[in-house]
Design a protein around this ligand. Structure first.
Ligand code: MV4
Length: 452
């Protein structure tokens, strides 16, 4: 096992990793920007190294700074968390060549899955269902028109280098295709330095279902079921739950098998997530693979009774999957609310500043993953998530009432948060019936505004 791990992240995930290391008897090194001097991850780690100014581009996103800190502290491994350098193949490659273990999959796999068109081609080759679409990158508008006519409208144009919705354009008819093709390609070129786009049949009113996979270096691969992440706004997830109200055991088994197959065949090692769209008729389609631990991993941990961060570290150290993970079965229902420092009633405007009072809910079935405390100043430079509230219950209904109880127990004074918005969603009839999809939050907001 590793002696010392550097945590290349901040916020709640840095704490989450430090806690896992402590339980595994591993010493920890935090890195921090000048804006994070007073952060809990700096306090809780055994050592802490300042890596630059507040802006992420000058600190948490600089591979050289992180590697220098790792060499100075003489660590065996780096945990990248999520965001920042977690899906940067070049960073993983530098770690490999410096003989520092990157706690995640190989640079090669990160690169393959990072190219969404290549990922789709791989999934297709392995018999994992994909939406009907172009065979590869589309060279020009003329070709785009031909392919769209063959697939049938509506279609979706997507960037090869994309993910998270950038460089993506829905196209409802032929008249709209040319301008959408140009717009998607230009946006992708600007955002990723790569203007390549491909095309898929547009799936209407789908659920966003993602499967958690875990693979060790000995050929053991398991899936830990799905998370339903359809409740999102502008690609920011708001509430996640598992199991999905839309899956039955038969569908779960088929999607799980497809996920394990893909994971195995690409030689994936460590934790990963495979995203699908599930349409109204119950067909599922591969979207992309996230080669990192995800924000919403705790709901899976809670219902399968495992610690995914510890498992990541064990896998990276060459150990086999734990028996309780290999044989994990679902026991509960779990829901997560991402508590953001934002004003939900003013277009989700970021609301940084000093938290005058912070009192987190507790009690049976309640977990709070957070880095903030009374007196903490939320800096304006980073993601606005300040806490994750995770609840479990024996049934979905129990989990929903427990979440409402916990949300209402939360006391956060001094800044605006998304809590009242999430509480209103949990009271909605559609949500309570499990009748929602990726467009539902937007429609819910429109209904609320109309109702005044
Ligand atoms: C789609 C789609 C509909 N049809 N592909 C958005 C980001 C990327 N992960 C894939 N995305 C989508 N791809 C086809 N063929 C709709 C989306 C989509 C979406 C997917 C999951 C969660 C939220 C979403 C919000 C808008 C669009």
């Amino acid at each position: 096992m590793f002696q010392k791990v550097l945590v290349a992240n901040r916020g709640e995930i840095a704490l989450r990793v430090i806690r896992a290391c402590k339980e595994l008897d591993i010493r920890t090194v935090a890195v921090y920007s000048e804006a994070d001097v007073d952060s809990m991850h700096v306090q809780l780690a055994d050592e802490a190294i300042c890596i630059g100014p507040a802006a992420s581009a000058q600190s948490y996103l600089l591979p050289d700074r992180i590697i220098s800190a790792a060499e100075i502290a003489n660590v065996d491994a780096i945990h990248p968390g999520y965001g920042f350098l977690s899906e940067n193949a070049q960073f993983a490659d530098i770690c490999e060549s410096c003989e520092i273990k990157f706690i995640g999959p190989s640079a090669r796999v990160i690169e393959t899955m990072g190219d969404k068109n290549q990922a789709r081609a791989t999934a297709t080759r392995l018999g994992v269902p994909c939406t009907p679409g172009s065979a590869g990158v589309i060279p020009d508008e003329k070709e785009a028109l031909k392919i769209a006519a063959k697939i049938g409208y509506p279609v979706m144009i997507k960037a090869s280098a994309g993910g998270g919705g950038k460089g993506m354009r829905p196209v409802l008819n032929e008249a709209a295709l040319s301008s959408a093709f140009q717009a998607a390609s230009n946006e992708a070129l600007k955002a990723f330095g790569n203007g390549e786009v491909y095309m898929e049949k547009l799936i209407t009113n789908p659920h966003h279902i993602e499967f958690q996979v875990v693979a060790d270096s000995h050929g053991n691969v398991v899936h830990l079921g799905e998370r339903d992440c359809s409740l999102q706004r502008r690609h920011q997830k708001i509430i996640e739950e598992c199991p999905s109200p839309k899956l039955n055991e038969e569908l779960r088994q088929r999607m799980g098998e497809a996920s394990v197959k893909l994971t195995k065949e690409i030689g994936y090692e460590n934790c990963g997530t495979i995203e699908y769209l599930l349409d109204e008729s119950g067909e599922f389609y591969f979207m992309e693979m996230n080669t990192r631990i995800q924000v919403e991993h705790p709901i899976t941990e809670e219902i399968y009774g495992c610690d995914l961060i510890k498992e990541q570290i064990r896998i990276a150290a060459g150990e086999e999957l734990s028996d309780h993970v290999k044989n994990a079965i679902v026991r509960h229902h779990a829901i997560e609310c991402r508590i953001n420092a934002e004003d939900p009633y003013n277009n989700f405007m970021p609301s940084p500043g000093k938290i005058e009072l912070f009192y987190a809910p507790g009690g049976r079935g309640v977990r709070v993953d957070t880095h903030v405390y009374s007196g903490y100043e939320v800096p304006p430079y980073y993601d606005s998530m300040i806490a994750k509230l995770i609840v479990t219950g024996a049934t979905r209904d129990i989990a929903i009432s427990r979440m409402r109880r916990a949300l209402n127990e939360f006391l956060i004074q001094g800044i605006k948060t998304t809590i009242p918005f999430q509480d209103s969603i949990l009271q909605d009839f559609d949500f309570k019936s499990g009748n929602y999809n990726i467009d539902w939050v937007e429609q819910f907001m429109a209904r609320q505004t109309k109702a005044g």
